[in-house]
Ligand binder design. Structure first.
Ligand SMILES: [Zn+2]
Length: 56
């Protein structure tokens, strides 16, 4: 057996290491923001912790 470590691209971030921020619009936020839109910032992928791959 070859002693190689398999690294699988993270399925959560697709190897990008970060999760893209998502903008959503909801009436709930109207008044909290100018246009009722709330965006989450890009964040380090919690699945691979920013490595872009996971050990399998
Ligand atoms: Zn990831």
């Amino acid at each position: 057996m070859a002693d190689e470590k398999k690294k699988t691209p993270c399925p959560t971030c697709m190897g990008k290491k970060v999760i893209d921020g998502i903008c959503e619009t909801s009436g709930e936020w109207r008044g909290k923001t100018e246009d009722g839109q709330v965006c989450t910032p890009d964040q380090t992928c919690p699945t691979c912790k920013g490595k872009g791959y996971v050990n399998s």
